[in-house]
Design a protein around this ligand. Sequence first.
Ligand SMILES: [Zn+2]
Length: 279
Amino acid sequence: MPDALADALYELIVATRILANEKVLDAFGHVSVRHPLDPQRYFIPRHRAPELAEISDLVELTLDSEPVRPTDFRLYSEKVIHGEIYKARPDVHAVCHHHAHAVLPYAISGQEIVPVFHLGAVMGKVQFWDQRDEFGDTNMLVVKPEEGASLARALGPHWTVLMRRHGATVAGTSLRELTFRTVFTCDNARLQSQAMAHGRVDALSPGEVKLTAAHQLRPPSTNRAWDYWVRQVEKAGLMPARAAAKGASTTAARAKKADAKRAPTKSARKNSVKSKRRR
Ligand SMILES: [Zn+2]
């Protein structure tokens, strides 16, 4: 019987490598996955460039973005983006926050991203969030739970939110759907920018968006694209090693063992080491 937890951890690292290889993530940005067996937890790598993240770098956090077990790892300061979206959206199982240059001109200008080709339909209606509106001058990072909650409100029932003068956050019902949506949102933004340079942009109609998104988000499409991106990661020599896959089982086994002994979440949280704020 497949080990759902080990599979989820391995797939999280693969998704991270794909998004780095596809130039969505660079030194910054992060991807997380909700715990497949406990919806009140999620996994995210420790503070490091996403392309370098290994399964052994993954930490398990509560939805308040506190470590479930004490850790010496430095964590991403913007982890609250993930925790607050998981809290607000039980249907979301994977989240990516990034600063891809393909979408930044839209986050800077406030120009709407619209689906300009069929695969762009999967991004849904792209929302905007301006941290300045509610929080005034900040260091531009989403570090406070209330800032993450505000971003989650701006996302609402949608899947993509542009963060003014900062980047974007994307949600998915699975890591594969998230990867599909994130890559094709960037492709759509790039194509829209090019089309705008040519003149008038003709977007998909609402009916086309609905029909196309439903078709493209079925597993035959998302799995086909996933396999293609995995091949690109393999060609780039970035695929997590087989030993790392074994590591997933070890990490999962360790998590399970600790789960068995674990005190209730509340006291676990009390004992947990406060995460260090860094992105
Ligand atoms: Zn950021």
